[in-house]
Design a protein around this ligand. Structure first.
Ligand code: ATP
Ligand code: MG
Length: 218
């Protein structure tokens, strides 16, 4: 618990310090209009970071009882997750493909499973080349389960980090990572009674595999 509070405090203090510094710069006399906009943008950006962290922490704190199982279409869920990620300007040139086989309709919590897929796709977008990166999402609906594979052609995850990627606050190689994306994905998948794993046999890039129970709607 105290380790967690230390991580959260650190992640909150960084943007708060930056906000204070930029707010003080804004009070200086004789700053140009351009400088004023720059200071304002920095503040906006740091507030967004704090908001993202708070949303991630709230997502982590949701219990299994908050799961809202309903009839959903996995193809629609994945495609919505792709649209959410592609909306970011910096990922516009990355190619994200989605293939589906088998049954598409089953029982799951659409919005929470979408969050898990978004977290995997965001990591893939952050890892690949922004001008030529390729991400493939393959979904397969079987009799009782649905599988979701998210693969990218990025640099892969270093062996020393692989074992701990699903742990909260484990982040590596990112200036602004909170280390919560995969912990949240794991929690959502396990709340569904499913499993998530990193494909360690993957020789190039990175591949994550989700399997969740997928009961047929009656
Ligand atoms: N597709 C990927 N390619 C390369 N490295 C990855 C990939 N997915 C995850 N990782 C590694 O695993 C770490 C943990 O990922 P996770 O999503 O939990 O945290 P984060 O992306 O650092 O921060 P957050 O998601 O909270 O913003 C990342 O920092 C990164 O080093
Ligand atoms: Mg992440």
């Amino acid at each position: 618990m105290s380790r967690m509070i230390a991580f959260i405090s650190h992640d909150l203090r960084q943007p708060l310090t930056a906000i204070l510094a930029n707010a003080e710069l804004l009070t200086r006399p004789n700053i140009s209009e351009m400088e004023r906009m720059d200071f304002y943008q920095e503040i906006r950006w740091d507030v967004d970071r704090i908001n993202e962290l708070v949303s991630s922490l709230l997502e982590c704190s949701k219990g299994r009882d908050s799961l809202r199982l309903a009839v959903g279409n996995i193809v629609k869920t994945v495609e919505h997750a792709i649209r959410m990620t592609c909306a970011r300007q910096e990922f516009h040139r990355i190619v994200i493909k989605h293939h589906h086989k088998g049954r598409a309709v089953g029982w799951f919590d659409c919005s929470r499973l979408e969050r898990a897929v978004v977290n995997l796709v965001l990591n893939a977008c952050e890892a690949v080349d922004p001008g030529s990166g390729q991400i493939v999402i393959a979904t397969t609906g079987r009799k009782d389960t649905v599988e979701i594979d998210v693969s990218d052609d990025g640099p892969g995850i270093p062996a020393m980090v692989q074992a701990s990627v699903f742990r909260p606050f484990v982040t590596y190689g990112k200036a602004q990572g909170n280390g919560l994306g995969l912990a949240i994905a794991k929690k959502i998948v396990e709340d569904h009674g499913g499993m998530i794993r990193l494909d360690e046999r993957c020789e190039t890039g990175t591949s994550f595999k989700i399997t969740i129970p997928f009961a047929s709607p009656r």
